[in-house]
Design a protein around this ligand. Structure first.
Ligand code: HEC
Length: 506
């Protein structure tokens, strides 16, 4: 977490220099997060450590960084106690000393600090054959393919093969026996930091029409790359204006990408040199329309601005045209493909059997979200958050839709899926969440629009980026060697990954 903020701040700075604007502060949305956390830690030392101690040192009052205490108390419980104190105990009321936003920040900070003090999950590079007994289902991990570079998106073909994207720009076709071919002639991508070839999806009528959809990041068309600078050791190359685009094409019998059509490209003045928060997950609604997410690219103002496609979920017809019932088609100045807004970096989309759209989204420091999407809804980023974010002082506001579940400390939820198959009867209708920094696959039991139970299925196979169901109803996931905290690698580093299958055991 600490590394992520440091990196983001460094890049925000680099971005500010590169676009050659007047020296500007780091864009709202990141940078400054570390300073707010430091300040919050200082407030804890000033007001609380005397009795409660610190993460490393016990005090005379209960240790607030204790995992059991933290899991027994909700944020709301802690808020009430800190604000009102405890009658008849030494715990004072802070209502007159700390404003509400500082109390919420302190609670998030306590959870982040407690998590930072925990060892990271042990990493098992080759989980093939591992047997896992979870609450409702025993299963065995089968490694289907190895040696992928930062696998990002996955789509199961009706014939049993899998399409997998690798972020550096390859589209792989993986046969049932694990043999891998590269689809030739896919479009070039801008690969830098979090950018590259992102998601892949197949048309709901794929068997008839063969369309394959890709989200990818391109360098701004017409942009002249300056000559590469001479870098000092450890220095990263500068970034340049880029943006996600959506295309579709077909794969012919010779394994070549053909018939490409461009379905979505943002106005060129929206391209930005930020290297983060591209969103880029693809999905289809029950009517067969194409959904995709685009992150706010590290500038939270974008999320509330209907004039930019950044920080939004989008809905278009499969040929790229705009559905007549999109919520903002009649709003002057609004991007007509917008389905919902106020998003930070949404990277998971899934429909349940009743047609509800579930979405996952990365929060700032803590505050990762699972949302239920209503067309036209404002999900609050830029104004409200459950995480620690400079410039955001509230957790809720009128007209803004809060998450169904949120995560502090950070788990970094990426792809999600509702399981509609019948291979694991007790998992029917559950929502599966791939977690990157949390390095786990999480199962959420849904009841209508509520989450009634959660379980982590495994957490030793590295960053989990995407999850889907194959043609035979098996759950498939993409995992990748850990990056970030404690690994010596930047959070966005490319690392080897695997395709794994969860094979049900009786
Ligand atoms: C003068 C000593 C003192 C100070 C200062 C103090 N606390 Fe406490 N606090 C206590 C004691 C003692 C308890 C346990 C009370 C009990 O359970 O009977 C407590 C309990 C709590 C609990 C509930 C713990 C649980 O069991 O779940 C929370 C949360 C908490 N304090 C937060 C804070 C925070 C945050 C601050 C600083 C803003 C703070 N406290 C400052 C003495 C203090």
């Amino acid at each position: 977490m600490k590394q992520r903020i440091g990196l983001a701040a460094a890049l925000a700075l680099a971005a500010g220099l590169l676009v050659a604007q007047a020296p500007a502060p780091a864009p709202a949305g990141f940078g400054g997060g570390r300073e707010l956390q430091r300040l919050t830690g200082q407030r804890f030392s000033d007001n609380c450590s005397g009795c409660h101690g610190t993460p490393g040192a016990v005090g005379r009052a209960p240790n607030l960084f204790d995992a059991r205490l933290l899991s027994a108390r909700s944020d709301a419980d802690m808020f009430r106690i800190i604000k009102a104190g405890i009658d008849g105990a030494e715990m004072p009321a802070f209502a007159d000393m700390l404003p509400d936003d500082q109390i919420w920040q302190m609670i998030a900070w306590i959870r982040l600090e407690a998590d930072n003090a925990q060892p990271r999950p042990a990493f098992v590079a080759d989980p093939d054959g591992a047997e896992i007994t979870s609450e409702a289902q025993t299963f065995r991990i089968k490694v289907l393919a190895r040696g992928l570079d930062t696998p990002w998106g996955i789509a199961a073909l009706p014939d049993g093969r899998l399409l997998v994207t690798e972020r550096p720009g390859r589209l792989r076709l993986i046969a049932a026996d694990g043999s891998m071919a590269t689809v030739a002639g896919t479009p070039p991508v801008w690969e830098r930091q979090d950018a590259g070839l992102m998601d892949v999806a197949i048309d709901p009528d794929f068997a008839r029409n063969g369309w394959v959809y890709l989200s990818l990041v391109e360098l701004q068309p017409g942009y002249q790359l300056p000559p590469p600078p001479v870098l000092k050791p450890g220095e990263r190359p500068p970034n340049h204006p880029s943006m996600s685009i959506i295309v579709r094409g077909r794969i012919n019998a010779a394994g070549q990408w053909v018939d490409q059509q461009l379905l979505f490209r943002a106005p060129l003045d929206r391209y930005t040199p930020s290297g983060v928060h591209y969103g880029s997950r693809l999905g289809f609604d029950p009517q067969g329309r194409l959904l995709f997410s685009i992150g706010e690219r590290g500038d939270m103002k974008n999320a509330q601005d209907l004039g930019t496609p950044l920080g939004k979920l989008h809905r278009i017809n499969r040929d790229g045209s705009i559905p007549a019932d999109n919520p903002f088609v009649k709003r002057a100045g609004a991007v007509p493909s917008i389905l919902s807004y106020g998003h930070r970096n949404p990277q998971g989309l899934a429909f349940d059997a009743a047609g509800r759209l579930w979405q996952s989204e990365h929060g700032p420091s803590g505050g990762d979200e699972i949302n239920l999407i209503t067309p036209g809804g404002n999900y609050g980023w830029g104004v409200v958050s459950m995480g620690i974010q400079p410039g955001i002082a509230a957790r809720e506001a009128p007209g803004m839709i809060g998450p169904i579940a949120y995560y502090t400390p950070t788990i970094a939820p990426s792809g999600i899926m509702v399981y509609h198959g019948n291979r694991y009867p007790r998992w029917a209708g559950n929502l599966f969440v791939a977690a990157l920094s949390g390095q786990h696959l999480r199962r959420l039991v849904l009841d209508g629009d509520r989450i009634t139970h959660q379980e982590v299925l495994f957490k030793s196979y590295g960053r989990v980026r995407a999850v889907t169901t194959d043609a035979r109803g098996h759950i498939i996931a993409l995992v990748q060697q850990p990056t970030g905290q404690g690994t010596g690698q930047p959070l966005s580093a490319a690392t080897p990954g695997l395709v794994i299958r969860l094979e049900p055991l009786p």
